[in-house]
Design a protein around this ligand. Structure first.
Ligand code: J2J
Length: 539
């Protein structure tokens, strides 16, 4: 075992044996999967992105070329590589190339900036960072220069498009491939939404992830005829695996990529490519519905719209079904593993009012009270889960793991749920210290730590506040050292540090003191009530 894998917690032998015996884990790797699909469906369309149209054989050939190139550069098995690409065909060539070599992608989001990317590079001891030169009006090469300056282990910056001072992805030398990885090996790192000071890396194996893809593809009835439109960031767990692009590849279908989720861009794409299924976060739904009502686009190919990532209210769910005339599938998942789906033949009551049930019969669900005691059926409590594709530990986070997993290896999701008589889950709230900003997760503690380091800040507490469009936004309550400190200065300070824009507080409220709980901790519950009240009065 290489040194770094010591920091990944494997499934206990007994459970791993059971998952293999039951045929969940089949010993297949991602590169074997792509080879198989290229063999079966070589001439079929795998990816569409702008002018790029790759058949399965093109995707496999491009992945092979890149793998040889990475190898020639000296990137080897188990090396970590931070991948931060927009939605583009090359994203898949890159990750399949890394999978083939047994190198491990870390899936950064396009919105991440210097602090996040440097942290991933340092924490994962990454040897390479892969970017698009410029995207969305932002120059990732400048970001890479800043990251490189503080990440001594980072040897390569590889660039899609104009490479500037770095190495171009389209112009790599040719090397020889190492032996392929084992299916039980870690294949890549997903990112945790986070509720602590630093983001956590989630090690997923070929075996466990491919099982979740197979299960998802079956539930979503994918076939080689399926055309999936990916408008969420391609590396995010929802868009990647539920069933996402990789689930569609599993089934031999076509993935259509877009970096723009606005209706005027996406509706013509749906019509032109005959898109059959797509995945949205809740805030996009009313935008699409309003535009559909006025533009009257041809959405006749669209059979299923998945919605997940954040709470989706049932009135909007009903509106979606009524106005688009397609099947709604609610998806409640997490990058750590467990994914729940409503099924296509479920009653309206289940589809509109629940967040589905797990993929696997071996996904164990426990709803417990604050003392970890199981609650009577139907009561709201903490969701704990264990199963064939849910991790048993974050990468190199022993202390955090002791809190995030039970002694029996159940993952503490931090979600408050209730289970219906049919075994479906309803997400009722959240116990973790996180803000879910329309599907984008913000760890309150992470941003609080940054603000606390500002010399004018004596104390800070960040909470969620209701927002009609995003569901939630973030509000930072700040106790100042210096009464002249203004909110804009704090925002500018955070921006300068280099964090993803969605983490910058939407609102800053100055306070003289914080309300406390009985045991003397800051009461975020009362702070949430205070900001809710102020918003009400203001409206
Ligand atoms: C309420 N909260 C939800 C839902 C996720 C599929 C779909 C989503 C994710 C995802 C994912 C929710 N209603 N329908 O990885 O494979 C909140 C919960 C959960 C957290 C996980 C997938 N769907 N959530 O959103 O890792 O709080 O994954 O624990 O980003 O999002 O966030 P993330």
């Amino acid at each position: 075992m290489s040194d770094f894998l010591k920091h990944c917690t494997p499934w206990p032998e007994a459970l791993a044996g059971e998952y293999r015996r039951k045929g969940y884990w089949r010993g297949q790797t991602f590169s074997a999967l792509l080879d198989e699909r290229a063999e079966q469906y070589g001439e079929r369309l795998a990816v569409v992105s702008g002018q790029t149209r790759w058949r399965y054989r093109d995707l496999a050939a491009e992945a092979d070329r890149l793998a040889r190139g990475f190898s020639a550069l000296g990137i080897g098995p188990k090396d970590r590589v931070v991948v931060q690409l927009p939605n583009c065909a090359e994203f898949f060539a890159v990750i399949f190339a890394l999978f083939r070599m047994g190198a491990l992608p870390v899936f950064a989001l396009p919105a991440h900036r210097k602090l996040e990317i440097s942290y991933f590079c340092q924490h994962a001891e990454a040897v390479a960072y892969i970017i698009a030169g410029q995207h969305g009006g932002f120059d990732y090469r400048n970001l890479a220069s800043e990251v490189k300056a503080v990440s001594p282990g980072l040897q390569h910056v590889l660039v899609l498009g104009d490479a500037g001072p770095f190495t171009a992805l389209h112009d790599l030398p040719d090397g020889t491939l190492p032996a392929p990885p084992e299916a039980s090996d870690v294949a890549f790192f997903q990112l945790s939404g986070g509720s602590t000071g630093t983001p956590k890396l989630i090690p997923r194996t070929h075996d466990d992830y491919i099982y979740s893809l197979r299960g998802s593809a079956e539930i979503c009835q994918l076939s080689p005829e399926s055309v999936y439109l990916c408008v969420l960031p391609a590396g995010h767990n929802f868009a990647l695996s539920s069933p996402g692009s990789l689930g569609v590849f599993y089934a031999g279908g076509t993935v259509v990529l877009s970096n723009n989720s606005s209706p005027d861009h996406v509706f013509p794409l749906i019509a032109a490519e005959r898109v059959s299924v797509t995945a949205l976060v809740p805030p996009l739904v009313p935008v699409w519905l309003d535009a559909a009502a006025s533009l009257k686009p041809d959405l006749s190919s669209l059979k299923v719209v998945q919605v997940g990532g954040a709470r989706f209210n049932s009135e909007m769910a009903a509106r979606l079904v009524r106005e688009l005339g397609c099947t709604l599938q609610q998806v409640f998942g997490m990058a750590e593993g467990l994914v729940n789906y409503t099924r296509y033949d479920d009653s309206d009551a289940l589809v509109l009012h629940t967040q589905g049930r797990p993929i696997s019969p071996d996904d164990e669900i426990c709803v417990v009270d604050d003392e970890d005691q199981p609650l009577p059926a139907g009561e709201v409590g903490h969701l704990l889960t264990r199963g064939p594709y849910t991790i048993h530990g974050y990468y190199r986070a022993a202390e955090h793991n002791a809190r995030s997993f039970t002694a029996d290896g159940f993952y503490r999701t931090g979600d408050l749920v209730r289970q219906t008589a049919e075994g479906y889950l309803v997400v009722e709230g959240r116990a973790k210290d996180q803000i879910n900003r329309g599907g984008e997760k913000i760890s309150a503690e992470e941003v609080e730590h940054l603000l606390l380091a500002h010399q004018g800040v004596a104390d800070v507490a960040i909470v969620a506040m209701p927002d009609a469009f995003l569901g939630e936004k973030s509000c930072a309550f700040v106790i100042r050292r210096d009464a002249s400190l203004r909110a804009v200065e704090l925002n500018a300070y955070l921006r300068k540090l280099g964090i993803a824009a969605y983490k910058i507080p939407d609102r800053i409220e100055f306070a003289d003191a914080f309300p406390k709980t009985g045991v003397g901790k800051v009461s975020k519950k009362i702070l949430r009530q205070i900001i809710e009240q102020r918003l009400l009065v203001a409206s």
